[in-house]
Design a protein around this ligand. Structure first.
Ligand code: NAD
Length: 491
């Protein structure tokens, strides 16, 4: 089949509408809500609030599309369409980066160097991956031959958070489409703009109507719960808070949907005395404060071996004080605004709690001077807390880290694992044997040694314990987005 791209008038992302069956549309109820710019607290635009009615329409469109031209499209053409989505994202990089920065409060340079290029790469990567994917075959002596067929799961609900809106959405949508599924997307209510534009990009790239649908709205009693409760949705891929994951699991149980979960984290960053301290400090600045600390992989619990504890703190505090907090569109800004009022109250509440728990704030903890509007917070380093403090145990998801000393390998492994989370960890040491030894004992889905956030998209990504269920990336994404049928032939 020849792919026919449709180029139409550009969508207005400041007036976010649903995208159902290839068309933008308002809510049946006419309900909308404000989209707030976290850096200025001003209204950026309006967002249509969807509910059961819009979800019903979107799921029906996705079900029809599953058996339409999308199913008949050759793998070669599907790869071209998916690659083209990535190409158009790159062509519209500045525009998308601007929208992402306005929506989230993150620095524009961060959106234009990480969020948007990586979103494009998600499509390029999974299109290429599809080219080489196979299945298993087993010969049972001279009795039988077995091989498995891979087919789409069906209609998949994709529910995403606000911290890396387009990056995390495309990380799900690209393999979802590569595997031949259709999607109903519920973007985070706080960051609806790039998802709205992505729908237009998919249409322009040649994705048939009904294959990608977007319904805006909230979680509980809104578009989110309507999607997770819908009996004709086959699977849900969710990234967000652990607490929300538990609610979705209950809703999805009614029709036993397949689930993929990427949830919260409270990740340890373990620094042994033999590590290269300057390199450690520079990477720890990133793993603590990049994207305002609003990254699930942030190393918010820093453990430092006692001989270098003071030296590390001195350098880390000094470098943290140099980080410029402010206007996301200023190229010098390193830390932008937190996502919104509720989250700001929550994060600053933890700083207050740290003081009550006996912690000492070495730097930060306040709104920066001269920034009266916007959800700005100085990057914050806290010491003097122990492993039982709530600030050390609970996910804060802001520019706040605790630093604790340790005396032995056994002790730090025990502390690192003393949490119900298990997403990621970093270990800093030049002792090769210790690096392997400790990495194998940390209860986390991802362990970095002498680095952080270095990603190869073929590798398994995800958390253990209450940080997630299943893995994404490479074959792991395909395992979730496909069903296998084993065919056994008696010889
Ligand atoms: P959240 O759980 O509040 O919301 C995530 C999404 O779920 C939103 O679209 C929201 O509208 C929807 N939702 C909320 N309640 C729902 C319900 N009852 N039914 C259906 N949908 C519902 O999370 P958030 O505040 O947007 O994101 C921050 C969290 O996400 C943090 O805990 C962070 O660690 C986690 N996160 C994890 C990863 C990962 O890969 N493990 C990546 C990014 C963020």
């Amino acid at each position: 089949m020849q792919v026919q791209p449709k180029v139409e008038q550009r969508v207005n992302p400041f007036d976010c509408k649903h995208f159902i069956n290839g068309q933008y549309m308002a809510s049946k109820s006419g309900k909308t809500f404000d989209n707030i710019n976290p850096a200025t607290q001003e209204v950026l635009g309006r967002v249509c609030e969807g509910g059961k009615e819009e979800i019903d329409l979107a799921v029906a469109a996705a079900r029809r599309a599953l058996n339409g031209p999308w199913k008949k499209m050759s793998t070669h053409d599907r790869i071209s369409v998916i690659r083209r989505i990535g190409d158009i994202i790159l062509e519209r990089k500045e525009e998308l980066a601007r929208l992402e920065s306005l929506d989230t409060g993150k620095p524009y340079w961060l959106a234009s160097t990480i969020d948007i290029p990586r979103s494009a790469y998600n499509f390029h990567f999974f299109a290429d991956y599809l080219r080489g994917i196979g299945t298993e075959a087993y010969q049972t002596d001279d009795i039988a031959l077995n091989y498995s067929i891979r087919r789409p799961v069906g209609v998949v609900g994709l529910i995403t958070p606000w911290n890396l809106p387009l990056l995390l959405l495309t990380w799900k949508l690209a393999p979802c489409l590569a595997a031949g599924n259709t999607a109903v997307i519920k973007p985070a209510e706080l960051t609806p703009m790039t998802a709205t534009v992505l729908a237009e990009i998919c249409r322009e790239a040649g994705v048939p109507d009904g294959v990608v649908n977007i319904v805006h709205g909230f979680g509980p009693d809104s578009a989110g719960s309507a999607l997770t409760e819908h009996p004709d949705v086959d699977a849900i891929s969710f990234t967000g808070e652990t607490v929300t994951g538990k609610i979705i699991m209950r809703a999805a149980a009614q029709s036993l949907k397949k689930l993929s979960y990427e949830l919260g984290g409270k990740n340890p960053n373990i620094i042994f005395a033999d590590a290269d301290l300057d390199e450690v400090v520079e990477t720890t600045l990133k793993s603590s404060f990049i994207n305002q600390g609003e990254v699930c992989l942030c190393g918010s619990r820093v453990y430092v071996e006692r001989p270098v504890y003071e030296a590390f703190l001195e350098k880390f505090v000094a470098r943290t004080k140099e980080l410029v907090v402010g206007d996301p569109f200023d190229p010098n800004t390193k830390v932008g605004a937190l996502i919104g009022e509720e989250h700001y109250q929550r994060v600053t509440g933890y700083i207050q709690l740290a003081k009550e728990e006996g912690g000492q704030i070495l730097t930060g903890g306040r709104r920066p001077e001269g920034l009266d509007k916007g959800y700005y917070l100085e990057p914050t380093i806290i010491v003097g807390l122990n492993r039982n403090c709530r600030v050390v145990r609970e996910e804060i998801f802001g520019p706040v880290v605790t630093v604790l000393p340790f005396d032995s390998e056994e002790e730090v492994i025990a502390q690192a694992n003393d949490t119900h989370y298990g997403l990621s960890a970093s270990i800093w040491t030049n002792d090769l044997r210790r690096a392997h030894r400790v990495a194998g004992q940390i209860e986390a889905g991802i362990v970095w040694v002498n680095t952080w956030f270095l990603r190869d998209l073929r590798t398994p990504f995800g958390g253990m314990k209450q940080s997630g269920i299943g893995r994404e990336g490479g074959i792991h994404s395909f395992e979730f987005f496909t069903e296998l049928t084993n065919v056994c032939i008696k010889l």
